[in-house]
Design a protein around this ligand. Structure first.
Ligand code: ADP
Ligand code: MG
Length: 345
């Protein structure tokens, strides 16, 4: 009897303790978020911790600063300064801009110019993604090709100075600046104590930490045949950048033909290979952004080879035939949710 009472007492106290503890467990705070149009696209930051809205303001200030330094679509910026001194002089830029140009040049080098950050003259002819978009003539394209060559970007590391060797050259950071902005937003959030957040810069996603319940975030992988937000599958990640480049987002149509915005520096026309999109999963978003464009331009075989040679980078290649190729690190992670697509490796 005594024994029974004792164990009953034990059960009761444990039960109260459990109830008390669960009563004490902090409720998950409501996420806070902010949206805005920056870097030519829709941006949204969502913080899942107890946090002040000031942090969101700081994060958007950082995006705006980066845009103002690196854009070629406003009346002035550091990159516009560099471009306007092409063939004439070195221009001093901020460490931000120097770093992004240097990274962009690196990706131009490792892709032997399939990615080329000096593609500006060709981008300006097509203007895809703006209201001035058009299909230029073959002659116009031919005339601009000689101005595209990353080897003619001269960097002075000591003084953060950049010079374009030929007059008429134009640097365009459109394939990489959003990635850098994502990394910088992540840094600002972390410095302000944020542990769980989602940064979405025009479809470039950066997950900061895990979900508040310590599980991975489940992200949708963009379906390249559909508008943004339509998924072909899912992956689970924490603390990763997920960036997709493809034919789905910015394009124009003329005479029944679609022209998308990733252009060949060699022939000046939209890259035409078997690929519809590439998604890159990496630690830093600057790498993911550069690599999604780079591997798209390289094509399936060379793109896969490049990613296989890199550590901590995974990729999902989607072809125009709805075939999907993934890197080994995604084998037990990536799941197809749209049955039109078939995993081929
Ligand atoms: P998005 O910015 O739409 O997410 P990307 O990151 O793939 O897509 O970048 C595409 C942009 O990069 C183009 O709009 C253009 O400014 C630039 N670009 C186009 N072709 C190339 C290329 N071969 N190498 C480097 N940059 C490119
Ligand atoms: Mg890119």
């Amino acid at each position: 009897m005594f024994k029974f009472k004792k164990s009953l007492l034990f059960i009761l106290t444990s039960l109260t303790l459990v109830l008390l503890l669960s009563g004490c467990t902090k409720k998950q705070p409501e996420p806070i978020s902010k949206e805005g149009l920056f870097l030519g696209t829709f941006c949204k930051i969502t913080i899942y911790d107890e946090a002040s809205r000031d942090i969101l303001e700081k994060a958007f200030d950082r995006i705006e600063k980066i845009e103002n330094k690196m854009t070629i679509n406003k009346s002035n910026s550091e990159i516009i300064n560099v471009n306007s001194k092409a063939g004439l002089d070195y221009v001093k830029v901020s460490p931000d801009t120097f770093y992004v140009i240097k990274q962009a040049k690196h990706y131009s080098e490792i892709s032997s110019g399939k990615f080329d950050v000096s593609i500006g003259p060709i981008v300006k002819l097509w203007n895809i993604g703006t209201d001035k978009a058009r299909v230029p003539s073959a002659k116009e394209i031919e005339d601009k090709i000689p101005f595209v060559d990353y080897k003619n970007i001269l960097l002075n590391e000591k003084e953060n100075k950049v010079m374009l060797k030929k007059k008429g050259m134009i640097i365009d950071l459109g394939a990489i600046a959003k990635g850098y902005a994502g990394d910088e937003v992540e840094r600002v959030l972390k410095e302000n104590g944020v542990e769980h957040a989602i940064i979405n810069l025009g479809g470039n996603i950066l997950t900061l930490g895990s979900k508040p319940d310590n599980k991975n975030w489940r992200l949708g992988v963009q379906n390249p045949f559909d508008s943004r937000g339509q998924h072909l599958g899912t992956i689970e990640v924490s603390d990763k950048s997920v960036v997709t480049s493809g034919i789905y987002e910015r394009y124009i149509e003329k005479d029944g033909k679609r022209y998308h915005h990733i252009l060949s520096p060699q022939n000046g026309y939209p890259v035409d290979n078997s690929l519809a999109s590439v998604s890159i999963i990496s630690d830093k978003s600057i790498d993911g952004d550069a690599l999604s464009t780079t591997t798209f331009a390289l094509g399936l075989e060379d793109g896969l080879k490049l990613i296989d040679s890199m550590e901590n980078v995974e990729a999902i290649f989607v072809t125009k035939d709805y075939d999907i190729y993934i890197t080994p690190g995604l084998k037990n992670n990536f799941k197809i949710t749209n049955e039109k697509f078939k995993l081929k490796n």
